[in-house]
Design a protein around this ligand. Structure first.
Ligand code: SF4
Ligand code: SF4
Length: 68
């Protein structure tokens, strides 16, 4: 599987503000049923870090991850 730097959401730190969802120019992120941000389109992620910069609660870490 290919790898690239993508946001990793730390569920315990996510306050459900949706800032990362709004910030992503590629619409990669959505809120899940627990109101936690989640990566839904990893293939579209450009590793731009806009989501990381938008998060007010340090709930996003940029990490090298495999994706389909
Ligand atoms: S790194 Fe950029 S493209 Fe990838 S999820 Fe975050 S905002 Fe979207
Ligand atoms: S910006 Fe941070 S706190 Fe807000 S929804 Fe995204 S991950 Fe959660």
């Amino acid at each position: 599987m290919p790898k690239k730097k993508m946001p990793k959401i730390i569920a315990d730190s996510c306050v459900g503000c949706e800032s990362c969802v709004t910030a992503c120019p590629e619409s990669c992120l959505e809120m899940n049923n627990d109101n936690i941000a989640s990566m839904t389109k990893p293939d579209k992620c450009t590793s731009c870090e806009s989501c990381f910069q938008a998060c007010p609660s340090e709930a996003i870490k940029m990490e090298e991850q495999e994706y389909k």
